[in-house]
Ligand binder design. Structure first.
Ligand SMILES: *Cc1c(COP(=O)(O)O)cnc(C)c1O
Length: 584
């Protein structure tokens, strides 16, 4: 396709996009999990981004999403017979799912001009309402070979590769929005710091508008008014930092970087993208109350508010649950608060819907793996990125104890899933050890590690298991969202008190905690102790309730839906962003 003439962008813009050009909020995220066929995500950050935009579509909120295209995706996960993870490039065809736009913008990277194009995706609410998302792409014949690879891998490559991708996302993203004709943008929401170079582009724009060639102090205030930032990582090592010299080699920095405002941009010879986002945002939040508290200590003296994450209920509830809600809660898709009325749904119907979800999951698992999972057994699910702080092996600390509980209190079966980052050897070894413990758990406990955890598998898992387990090392689970997905499907959580579960757990009512809130009490806890608390809760409370008091278990399922589904959803979250961050 020929690039369009620069003076008439509106004529060439795709018709479905043209009616969206009045968007007021641009939402930037390094990853977006919009569909299982589009592998441009690694985990919770991308799911949150997509759920936010789904909720925006449902609320007819004028929003546009900006992210990068990754032609090889994050990666396709295979597990060999020994349980070792092998990564493959995901084979997919963007043109099958996304619509190429003819417009081009450019950014200068290390002195080379790099052309950027965008692909359009319209993300849906439950019905017809949509919000546009732009997937930026540099894999164009006119670009140098290395620049073309910037559209290959999510979280791949070295720091130079990452920095260049973040220039494309932040600076290229703003330019593409302008080029396409988004003329009414009032707010730029940075979902994590990867996109925070967009603030530099907004600074340049502010200066230009004032007829200057270089930004000055007052432009900073103008940019701050337009930016909001959500932080997701409660450890400083998790934040992108680049040596100032490297950044200077990559892009032209405005001279204001060396002025009395220097401290806003960099410190100790490096640019920290989280710090940059902090300096240029009028509103900053963490993603759960505890996470915000931890972030305030980490980033003192920044003002950090809290908006607890939520999930998009129409996307994450299973078909049987949706049918149940349709019967009892008319209009629940448009009004997630109304899910509180699930409290009056007869227990029997909740159990029936759950059985159906469980059958769908176990059919899939048995066909894929020949694991012989049984509909009768208490099925525990653990699926999330395989990384050290998530402690996926905690429930396998004492295999004999787990087997004894299963033998004496009632059969337990375990489903695991999750990818380790290709460079995370520790995460890969954890997966391998879990796979290898399978035979040692038999015959009392059936267990299987499902490969290639993605949106489709996540949807089956969160609805089909009987108990959703989470065992992170506090306070490192900023929020966690898979437990919210489980809750709305009537699957109780059993979790360490961290992230959202500190807010969502009412002991024995919506699910169960593992141990007390050690972090609040300023006590240390170790994996051994946490594992003991986990076994105690299973042995004394959960397994007996499941097998001896099905009504009691179903009560917890129902209360979880009503109390947590009606709150930990993306509609409520988005309303808070609107009121606190977007239009103030
Ligand atoms: C929801 C989801 C996540 C995030 O789950 P956490 O509980 O926050 O770890 C990761 N990956 C996929 C595929 C998901 O659907």
């Amino acid at each position: 396709m020929m690039p369009s003439a620069p003076d008439k962008p509106l004529l060439s813009v795709d018709a479905s996009l043209r009616e969206k050009l009045f968007a007021k909020v641009a939402y930037f995220s390094m990853e977006m999990a919009v569909d299982e066929e589009i592998p441009t995500y690694s985990g919770g950050l991308g799911v949150l981004a997509a759920d936010t935009l789904r909720a925006a579509a449902g609320a007819a909120l004028p929003m546009v999403g900006v992210t990068l295209l990754y032609r090889r995706g994050y990666f396709f996960q295979r597990l060999d017979a020994q349980g070792w993870q092998r990564e493959e490039a995901v084979a997919w065809s963007p043109e099958d799912f996304l619509c190429e736009l003819p417009e081009r913008v450019s950014v200068v990277l290390e002195g080379r001009t790099v052309q950027v194009r965008a692909w359009l995706f319209l993300i849906r609410d439950a019905g017809e309402a949509t919000v546009p998302i732009l997937f930026l792409d540099t894999d164009l014949p006119e670009n140098a070979p290395w620049d073309r690879t910037l559209s290959h891998s999510l979280y791949g490559g070295d720091s130079r590769y990452r920095l260049c991708q973040e220039v494309i996302l932040g600076i290229g993203g703003v330019r593409m929005l302008r080029k396409l004709g988004f003329g009414q943008l009032e707010l730029f929401h940075m979902n994590e710091g990867h996109s925070s170079l967009l603030t530099l582009e907004l600074l340049e724009e502010a200066a230009k508008r004032a007829g200057r060639t270089e930004p000055i102090g007052e432009d900073i205030e103008a940019v701050r008014k337009k930016c909001a930032f959500t932080t997701h990582t409660p450890v400083s090592a998790g934040h992108d930092r680049f040596p100032l010299e490297m950044v200077r080699k990559t892009i032209d920095l405005p001279s204001i970087v060396d002025s009395e405002h220097k401290g806003r941009f960099c410190c100790d010879g490096e640019i920290n993208l989280t710090h940059l986002a902090f300096q240029f945002s009028h509103y900053i939040n963490g993603v759960a109350k505890r996470h915000s508290e931890v972030s305030r200590a980490l980033f003192y003296p920044a003002t950090i508010d809290s908006i607890t994450n939520g999930i998009h209920v129409p996307y994450w509830s299973s078909p049987p649950m949706q049918a149940l809600f349709d019967r009892h809660i008319p209009g629940w898709r448009a009004d997630a608060f109304s899910i509180r009325y699930a409290i009056a749904i007869p227990l029997e119907e909740i159990r029936e819907a759950h059985e159906e979800s469980k059958a769908r999951l176990l059919q899939y698992v048995n066909r894929e793996t020949n694991a012989g999972m049984s509909m009768e057994a208490l099925t525990i699910g653990f699926a999330r990125r395989a990384t050290a702080y998530k402690r996926p092996e905690l429930i396998l600390t004492d295999l004999d104890r787990l087997k004894r509980i299963s033998r004496e209190k009632g059969p337990i079966q375990l489903l695991f899933a999750g990818k380790a980052h290709p460079q995370d050897e520790e995460g890969k070894r954890a997966i391998q050890r879990i796979v290898q413990s399978r035979s040692r758990l038999l015959p009392e406990v059936r267990m299987v590690y499902l490969a290639e955890y993605d949106l489709a598998l996540a949807r089956l898992l969160v609805a089909g298991v009987d108990l959703w387990l989470n065992t992170p090392q506090p306070p490192l689970e900023a929020s966690g969202t898979s437990g919210m997905k489980a809750a709305v499907n009537g699957v109780p959580n059993l979790s360490i008190l961290d992230g959202w579960w500190i807010e969502g757990c009412i002991e024995g009512v919506t699910g169960w905690s593992i141990g007390p809130d050690h972090y609040r009490r300023k006590e240390s806890s170790d994996a051994q102790q946490d594992a003991q608390e986990l076994y105690e809760k299973l042995e004394r409370v959960i397994v007996p309730l499941f097998y001896e008091n099905g009504e009691g278990y179903a009560e917890v399922m129902r209360q979880g839906i009503a109390l947590n589904g009606s709150f930990f959803n993306a509609q409520r979250m988005l309303q808070q962003y609107v009121l606190k961050a977007y239009f103030v």
